[in-house]
Structures are given as C-alpha cells and as structure tokens.
Design a protein around this ligand. Structure first.
Ligand code: DGJ
Length: 704
C-alpha cells in the first residue's frame, strides 16, 4: 500500500484504484509528483519536477511543494506562517526523515535554523480511494513561536488541464445546494469565518478534469475537511498550468501561541480520486463515513424512526401534551420520541433560559421522569434537545458568569436569536457544560441528544486570556465541542448524538467523528428538500441525514403536499416525523403507520446501501434516487414527479447498481427482468397530476 523507491527518493501511497506519489526535491522539500489512477510499476511514478525558475519569483525554484512555509520568495498559499521570538517571519522547511507504519507515511521537516518542526502525515484508506492528510507543528525550542496560519497541507491536480469546481453553497433553510464553476486562472477560496462550519459553504469540493464528468464517468478529484470551526479551502491556478489546493483552519483573525514543547495538530483533510464520475465520489465518501468516520458505538446499528416535537409545540411544551403526542407517535410505529426546545429554565421563548440546563418545574412538575417512563412504557426511547454552547443574557448562568461569553469589554455584544456564545476556550466553561449534560444523562434514561447551535460568532473577544492567546478561540471552540462530546460519549455510550445548527449549519467530517447523525435543514417542505438532500448526498451519507414529515401545508413555502409524498422524501434518509400528530385524522394515522412499516422494511438498504442519483430534481419533471443493498440482491427506488406540462411523456427510468445477469422482480409487476434490462431499458413510470411520488422495491429472484 505504501511503496518506497529509495534510489529515486519516491514514496507512493496506493489505494484500490488510485495512487498518490511524493518525492524529495533538490531543494530538500517534499513535493507531490503524481496524483491519479494507480499505475502498474513503481518506476511509472515520476520524480520531482522543477516547474519553473522564473524572474518574478526571485529566481525561486518552483516545485509542487506539499507543505510550504511562508519564507524566501514564495507567493502561493503557505501552509505555515510563523513569527519567531526575535521577530523573524521567514520559514524554510527541509526534509529530515520519514517513517512508514501500517497505512501511514510521515515526513519530518524542520526549519534550517529555528527550532520548529513539522510532521506531515498521509494515511491511505485504500478501500474508499481516499487519503487522509494532516500535519503537526512542534516547537522544539525554548521560546514561544506565534503561528499565524496553519493548514493541513497542499495537493496538486494534474497540470495544464481545465477543471470544473463543484461545491455546496447554501443558506439557512436552503443548505447544500449544488454549485459549479470553471476553475478560474486565479485564486478562489471556499471558507467559513463564522466560527462554525456554516450553512453558506460546506467544506467539500470536487474538481473534474476536463469539466465534463457526469454521474457515471469522468475523472474527479475530491476533498473534504474534517473541521467544524473556521475553515478554508484555497484553489490556485496559475499561468504555469499548476493547480494547487490547500485546506485547513482559516487564518482569518487566527493566531496561536506555540509554547516550548507544545505541538499544534491540524484537522484532517480527506482527498480522493475516482475515474467513474460523481456518483463514485459520493459512494466512496458514504462508505468511508459509515465504516470509518462515524462513532464506532452506533456505526453498525440502524437509526430509529423518530418523532420530534419542535414544529408541533415550539417552546410551549408540558408533560401532558408531550405524553399525548408520544401515545400517537408510538401507535404509528415511532421508536424514538424527542422533546425539542422549551423544557428547561425560564425557556418560554427564545429570549430566556439558555444556559440553565435544569428542568422547568412549572412545565414538568415531576421532573422529566414521568414523561420518560411513559415514553419507555410505550416502547420508545426518549431523546432531548440542548444547545450547550449558548446563553441568553436573561438566564441564571449569565447573571452569575457574565464573563463566560466571547466579548470585548468596551463594545456591545451583538445578540443573535437573543443569545451569546459561551467561551469554550475556557476550561471552567467546558467543565460546567460537561457536568450539566452529564447530570441530565445520568439522572434520566435519555438515549438521544439533539445538540443545537443557533448563531454565528461576533465580537470574538477573550479578554482574560494573555493577549497573544486571544485569537486562539476560533480553533479552541471547535476543539471544545469535540472534547465535551467525546467525554459525554465515553460516559454514555448508549446515547445517539445529533448535530444541529439551525438546521444544517454544522455538517462536516469533523463533527461526524463525535456525532452519529445530523439535522439536515429547518426547511421541511418535501419538494425543496429534494434539492437540499441531493446536494447533501454528494458529500454525506443517508444514514446521517435526518429528514422529517411535517405539515401538509409547509410553514416555509405554503406548498401543499400529500402525506405519501412527504413520507417518501423523508424516507430517503433517517426518517422522522415532526408534525403535530394531534391534528392527524385516523386515516392519516393509518397511512403513516403503513409507510413507517414500509420504511422499517427498507431502511437497511437506505441507510447502509449504495446510493445512486438517477434523476436530479433540478432537471426535468422527475427526481429519483436509488439505493442498492450491499449484496445487490435488493434495491429501492424513490421517484418524484413535480409536474407535467403539454402532455409530455415521461422518460423510462434507467436503474443503476444491479447485477446485469441476475433476474429481478419489481414489486407488483409479474414479469421478471434482468438487471441489465432494468439498467439499459429502464422501467416505465405511470404518473398523473402534480407532486406525485412512488417507492419501487426490487428484489433478486432465482431463475425459474
Ligand atoms: C433550530 C433547529 O434547527 C430546530 O429544529 C429546533 O430545534 C430549534 N432550533 C429549537 O430552538
């Protein structure tokens, strides 16, 4: 998997289908020599190539450096920018040694004068055609070193080619929208400066070579960053034909005081390459998440059908009403009952209570015990909403500890949703939060936590810290969330954690190492949702994608959709119900019961199978997604018709991912078809009217 040609000073990391090669340049730097499909012989992989020696680079020798320090005459994005105690801000890293252990190749580099070392780690994850890259910065001297920029590393895609960049942009209630642009001959940055991953851009990209790849063919380079704080991914394309991509924590307002003996470990950048188009990118990432990234405790278990009270009861929760909802939820087949916001402190609206994680005695005179017992007696698990990182000024916590929030003493703090952000760089704040949530989980039979985060950062001051450490908060906050979640998970391994941030504002490969699933969007209109879910599916798997069935007339779009359509859309991920069940007629309850029953029969395919995007909701009258079971013996296809006009005929739906020579039966159809026929000819669709939907089940049968 990791090969070394000591004579040519080449290292090659090989996955099942791709390879990444590095070499040692004449100037003593580690450079990338190859990234693409796997080649037959070690001798095929090139040696370091001098890209240019050109005047306006100060005569610099330009190589495809993998971890460039800011120093000498270098002008592209540095991975490391540091100031030494004497004020020198010039860094020149040279190779010291390398180490290969199992699937990890590490290079140690050092400044040729100052006591600053860097270790670059490449881990090959062969089965998913992925590489994990991160770096470690070590202060091996006796004075402080100020870091002003630290990225995980850089990589390059083959030179002199056009590329199309595909990424996920969005907004609140409109997350993960697919965006494309030709990679310009200049610099382009995807980033968040909001203190968290953000609704606006997700740390994921695909670059397809030639710009004409499709779902099933084309060379695609892709990457994602495992970090939930400020991040950036920088693309630099120059007139030498070089395309450099650098990713890591954002240097915006960032500084880190690296003390003697300390090290700074960057987030992991995940990189990959496939020859089989965008669909293969997603399936690789999906499997990687399900099998390697998600917390091990719940990786292999199927997610339960949940009910969430938010859209039904808002902040106005109480014991009787929640029990009433729980009874109907259980009767239609729900397995996990989650009470959302409003159960604690003086939380009657978003103006008060955040920070006081104590059950509100007026709403719940019997603590939560009665409610939980009832829910459990109904055969369901109980789950609870929290928003640990936040505080309302109108709360006991803020009145006691006004200094616990990010703030600048001479400036007003901006309130967003009437709340401020707790300073998780402080150990006492992290301890308070761990203890509060730990107590809740210890005292109650809670099996699910919805961890919300409803605002972005402003006035990011930490006045009580030494001046040179105040800008560390951007990194320390995200690490603080991870630390609390890690400790809670260790103490309560049975609890499933969901990441929510006003919908899908914190979905990334970093949070997914601690959180088992995510809330995708507050937009629960099933038609809008098709697009949100489609974008989401490029980077993230359906097992983590929570989706709810809500009101017949959407609060966000006023669109009216049938119960079946709303269910079918939500069944493409992790099914939840978020409507006010008290309003459902017996007929609606019965229809829901049948649909939940169907979901339970197919959820192992949806959650753990391979996903194929058959029709995009952005093109034509149909949208369709197919899930194929691991052994290809069963599949389920979701199809949605938006509208038909001018009596247009519907195209046949060509399936994917089946075994060509096997015979399959489509539920409700007598004739058997080979997988090849279903993929080459497709299935005929009967749809009438607007906003129609279908779930089609397909199973392998033995030849008669
Ligand atoms: C934002 C979330 O996205 C909603 O689902 C809900 O939990 C509210 N916060 C509660 O305040």
């Amino acid at each position: 998997m990791i090969k070394h040609d000591s004579e040519r000073k080449i290292w090659v990391l090989e996955g099942d289908c791709f390879a990444y090669a590095l070499g040692l340049s004449k100037t003593g730097t580690i450079v990338q020599t190859y990234f693409g499909e796997k080649l037959p012989y070690l001798s095929d992989y090139p040696e370091p190539e001098l890209i240019a020696e050109y005047p306006y680079s100060g005569g610099s020798e330009v190589y495809q450096e993998t971890f460039m320090g800011f120093g000498k005459a270098t002008y592209t994005e540095p991975c490391l920018k540091a100031t030494f105690e004497d004020g020198v801000r010039d860094l020149k890293l040279v190779f010291i040694n390398f180490k290969i252990s199992d699937s990890v190749l590490s290079f140690r580099m050092k400044d040729f004068f100052y006591p600053l070392e860097v270790i670059l780690h490449y881990k090959i994850v062969p089965a998913y055609n992925l590489l994990e890259l991160h770096s470690e910065i070590i202060n091996s001297g006796s004075g402080n070193i100020q870091l002003e920029q630290v990225l995980s590393g850089s990589l390059y895609v083959p030179r002199d080619e056009p590329y199309r960049l595909t990424y996920l942009s969005g907004k609140w209630a409109g997350e993960t929208q697919l965006s494309h642009t030709e990679l310009p001959d200049t610099k382009l940055v995807l980033e968040s400066r909001r203190g968290t991953t953000s609704h606006f851009t997700n740390p994921f990209f695909m670059l397809d070579r030639g710009g004409n790849s499709q779902e099933d063919h084309g060379e695609v380079y892709f990457g994602a960053l495992a970090f939930s704080g400020n991040w950036k991914i920088v693309f630099e394309k120059d007139r030498l034909g070089m395309v450099k991509i650098s990713a890591g924590t954002n240097d915006f307002d960032f500084a880190w005081n690296l003390k003697p003996g300390d090290n700074f470990v960057t987030p992991i950048s995940v990189l990959g390459f496939v020859k089989e188009g965008f669909g293969a990118v997603s399936r690789n990432l999906h499997r990687y998440q399900r099998e390697e990234v998600l917390p091990a405790e719940h990786r292999s278990s199927l997610r339960k059908v949940l009910y969430n009270s938010w859209e039904a009861t808002s902040f106005d929760v109480n014991e009787d009403q929640q029990i009433h909802l729980a009874k109907i939820a259980a009767s239609i087949g729900v397995e996990l009952f989650v009470m959302d916001d409003g159960w604690f402190g003086a939380r009657n609206s978003d103006r008060a209570g955040l920070g006081d994680w104590i059950v509100n005695p007026d709403k719940f005179p019997n603590d939560l015990q009665n409610l939980i017992q009832e829910v459990n007696a109904l055969g369901m698990d109980f789950g609870l909403w929290i928003e640990p990182e936040m505080v309302n000024p109108d709360s006991d916590l803020y009145r006691t500890h006004p200094d616990w929030v990010y703030h600048f003493p001479t400036r007003d703090s901006t309130l967003i949703r009437n709340q401020l952000i707790l300073n998780l760089a402080r150990a006492d704040v992290r301890q308070y939060l761990f203890e509060s949530i730990n107590r809740l989980l210890t005292d109650h039979n809670i099996r699910f936590i919805k961890w919300d985060m409803n605002r972005n950062f402003s006035e990011p001051g930490y006045p009580s810290a030494p001046r040179e450490e105040q800008k560390e908060i951007w990194f320390r906050h995200a690490e603080g969330v991870y630390e609390i979640a890690r400790k809670l998970k260790q103490a309560h391994p049975n609890v499933i954690f969901q990441s929510c941030s006003g919908g899908g504002g914190r979905v990334d490969l970093g949070i997914l190492r601690y959180f088992d699933q995510v809330w995708t969007s507050d937009n629960t209109d099933a038609f809008d949702r098709l697009k949100i879910q489609e974008g989401f599916s490029y980077a993230y798997c359906s097992k983590i994608m929570e989706s709810w069935v809500t009101d017949e007339v959407s609060w966000i779009s006023s669109r009216k959709l049938t119960l079946a359509y709303r269910f079918h859309c939500a069944m493409m991920g992790n099914l939840g119900i978020g409507d006010n069940l008290l309003k459902w007629s017996p007929e609606e309850q019965q229809e829901a019961r049948e649909l939940i029953h169907l979901y339970k029969e197919i959820r192992h395919i949806v959650q753990d199978g391979d996903q194929y995007r058959l029709k995009s909701p952005s093109e034509g009258p149909l949208a369709s997604v197919m899930y194929v079971g691991e052994q290809q013996e069963e599949a389920v296809v979701f199809v949605f018709l938006h509208a038909r006009n001018f009596m247009n005929h519907l195209p046949r739906l060509r399936l994917k991912g089946l075994r060509g020579d096997w015979l399959y039966q489509i539920d409700g159809v007598e004739q058997l078809f080979s997988g090849q026929a279903l993929m080459a000819i497709g299935i005929k669709l009967e749809f009438h009217g607007d906003f129609q939907s279908k779930v089609i089940r397909i199973r392998k049968v033995e030849a008669p």
